[in-house]
Design a protein around this ligand. Structure first.
Ligand code: NAD
Length: 270
């Protein structure tokens, strides 16, 4: 329960899902946590809940698409808690309007591309820019980005989302390359299907059942599954881990793409 004792963490997109669970887990492991989200009141609710259960946390409204907010996030972590040791760049643009405008390649909308790049990629890059001077001064720090399985191959919809996550992967490796020797680690988590608000907004029970079929564990993912990895990467236990993309996906990418087809044939033959 004290794997992050003495550390200060800031989490973006932490009013729900993966970010909220990670903020809770960071605090339960002894970190002081700045809980941030575009929905500031809900971020404060999460922080209050952490304080009520004996942890240390503050809520702050941070739009990951606004550079001033990201600077204020790092300034607040350092000003209120004394340092920034863990930066979890987790927010995504989940605005239903931009999602709806991202579904048809023949109507590719450059504005949607730029908005998603601004929030999903630049958000983490700029937060890192402001956190790095503090981390370099103390000679340590862990930066974590939430990537996506969509970054790993071609997609049939959401034609900017996967591109933003592929860019995230590149920044993970580049930040790791540039600052690893100075004690700063940067890693990405590549979730599979994690049941959250954003995931439920585009999925449905039939799709969830089909996703379960292509996994190699008996359940879909929970925010806790990603939070567990984030705790590890934020802790000193991960001192030798830098520049990696950790797939936490119920074994979804363990099998060849042919396995679901072969499984079906085998079942039908029985
Ligand atoms: N759930 C999955 O299956 C899954 C799979 C792969 C990757 N991911 C990634 O995990 C991360 C977290 O997603 P989640 O599933 O927990 O979603 P979620 O909807 O539960 O949480 C996303 C949070 O981001 C906040 N947000 C939206 N726009 C923002 C902005 N401009 N600035 C700051 N915060 C903003 C929302 O208010 C929300 O609280 C995202 O980066 C997402 O791409 C999720």
């Amino acid at each position: 329960m004290n794997r992050l004792q003495g550390k200060v963490a800031a989490v973006t997109g932490a009013a729900s899902g993966i970010g909220r669970e990670s903020a809770r887990r960071f605090a339960a492991e002894g970190a002081k946590v700045l809980v941030t989200d575009l929905r500031g009141e809900r971020a404060e609710d999460v922080a209050r809940e952490i304080r009520d259960s004996g942890g240390q946390a503050l809520g702050l409204k941070v739009d990951a698409g606004a550079e001033d907010d990201l600077k204020a996030m790092i300034d607040t972590a350092v000003g209120e808690f004394g340092s920034i040791d863990i930066l979890f760049n987790n927010a995504l643009n989940n605005n239903p309007d931009t999602i709806a405008r991202d579904l048809d390649f023949l109507n590719f909308d450059p504005e949607v591309f730029h908005i998603n790049m601004q929030v999903n990629v630049l958000g983490g890059v700029l937060a890192t820019k402001y956190a790095l001077p503090h981390m370099l001064k103390q000679g340590s720090g862990s930066i974590i980005f939430t990537s996506s399985t969509s970054s790993l191959g071609g997609e049939v919809t959401a034609f900017t989302y996967g591109a933003t996550k592929a860019a995230v992967n590149w920044y993970v490796q580049t930040i790791a390359t540039n600052y690893g020797k100075q004690g700063i680690r940067c890693n990405g988590i590549v979730p599979g299907v994690i049941v959250t608000e954003s995931q439920q907004a585009w999925s449905n029970p039939e799709m969830d059942a089909a996703f379960l079929e292509i996994q190699n564990v008996p359940r879909l993912g929970k925010p806790e599954d990603i939070a567990n990895m984030a705790v590890f990467l934020g802790s000193d236990e991960a001192e030798y881990c830098n520049g990696c993309l950790y797939q936490v996906n119920g074994g979804m990418t363990a099998s060849t793409p042919m396995v679901p087809v072969v499984r079906k044939f085998l079942e039908d033959g029985q």
